[in-house]
Design a protein around this ligand. Structure first.
Ligand code: ZN
Length: 351
């Protein structure tokens, strides 16, 4: 059996830096550039890097064969907010980017990015948030309509806020609050799907360290529009025979996934993934002693399905690290990142 060494430390280090870079859907430039530079620094012979017209990063690696070319995708875009209204009290009403769960962002720090790229800090709060003033605060519904951004700037009306350079349509970055514990847990917003981007980085590094080429020409698409449903639907440089999407495994009641294995998603809201791919992924996990969990995600879709819906004809599969409290303050364990990275590397090498 081929020896493979996964450099977990380098993979987690890459992940932590990526988590700190804001990348709500529609504002991908900084994160894509970070990933591009990191892939470039791997100095892998034959790895071709380009940015697609839509702004995704496309990394193409020559394989030992090209008769059944493959795609691998993970997304760098995350949830976020946009300024919807500059309110008469100087605060901001927001509109969500992706499926924000409002109670989970209450009291979170944010950065508003103005059109001329100034950054202004603030906090997401419910309107009239002081419990000494408003007794309804305990039970008030948390929604886009009654939550607002309190800016850390001296402003009391809409004119003063606009004078800061803030306008409708500006991006608002929600703080990720990244923390890595000495017990191996990684706690942060937006592990979906930056943990999977890290797995691609780690798998490329493992192949490079072992001096190995993938079995087939393989295109890696670091997508930038998954959270709104069309990330992996375009940008592929060639016809794909197989597509492996890497996205988080959802953990919760009735779920099989956990933070210590790689999740193999057999079916999600878009229907079952391809039988051959699911079987291959399960077989590879067993052959290489990789802890895995098969699972079904009912309220979930991936860029694999986006690709299919756009007319793609490849066999599509989906794996990923188990992420607790998805689209909230998420958590995974480095074990899950390790096993996802390992399974991806084995998939790349498998003819
Ligand atoms: Zn995702």
């Amino acid at each position: 059996m081929t020896e493979l060494n996964i450099n977990l430390q380098a993979t987690v280090d890459f992940l932590v830096e990526l988590l700190k870079i804001p990348s709500p859907t529609g504002y991908h430039i900084e994160a894509i550039e970070y990933v591009r530079k990191a892939f470039e620094a791997l100095a892998i012979p034959g790895l071709d890097l380009k940015i697609t017209t839509k702004g995704a990063l496309l990394a193409t690696l020559k394989g030992q064969a090209n008769d059944a070319r493959r795609g691998v995708t993970a997304h760098v875009d995350t949830l976020g907010l946009m300024v919807r209204e500059v309110k008469s009290n100087g605060r901001l009403k927001t509109n969500p980017l992706g499926g924000i769960v409002w109670p989970t962002v209450e009291m979170e720090g944010v950065t508003v990015r103005t059109a001329d790229n100034k950054r202004i800090r603030g906090t997401i709060l419910t309107g009239n948030p002081s419990s000494h003033v408003n007794r309804n605060i305990f039970t008030a519904e948390r929604t886009a309509d009654n939550m607002e951004i309190r800016l850390d700037a001296k402003t009391k009306d809409a004119d003063e806020t606009r004078a800061l350079g803030i306008e409708v349509g500006d991006f608002i970055f929600v703080d990720p609050r990244v923390e890595v514990s000495d017990t191996g847990f990684i706690r942060s917003r937006f592990l979906d799907d930056k943990a999977a981007v890290a797995a691609i980085y780690g798998a490329l590094l493992a192949l490079k360290d072992a001096g190995l080429q993938p079995a087939q020409d393989t295109a890696f698409l670091i997508a930038n529009y998954e959270e709104v449903g069309h990330g992996g639907s375009s940008g592929w440089p060639f016809e794909l025979a197989e597509l492996l999407a890497i996205d988080m495994g959802a953990i919760g009641e009735s779920q099989n996934s956990d933070e210590f294995s790689v999740s193999i998603c057999v079916k999600d809201g878009g229907g079952p993934y391809h039988f051959d791919m699911t079987n291959k992924l399960r077989r590879l996990s067993q052959a290489h002693g990789i802890p895995y969990k098969t699972d079904i995600y009912i309220f979930y879709a991936s860029d694999g399905t986006a690709y299919w819906r756009a007319g793609g004809d490849a066999k599509v599969g989906l794996i990923g690290p188990g992420v607790d409290a998805s689209h909230s303050y998420e958590r995974t364990h480095q074990d899950s990142v390790l096993h996802t990275t390992h399974l991806l590397a084995r998939y790349l090498l498998e003819s």
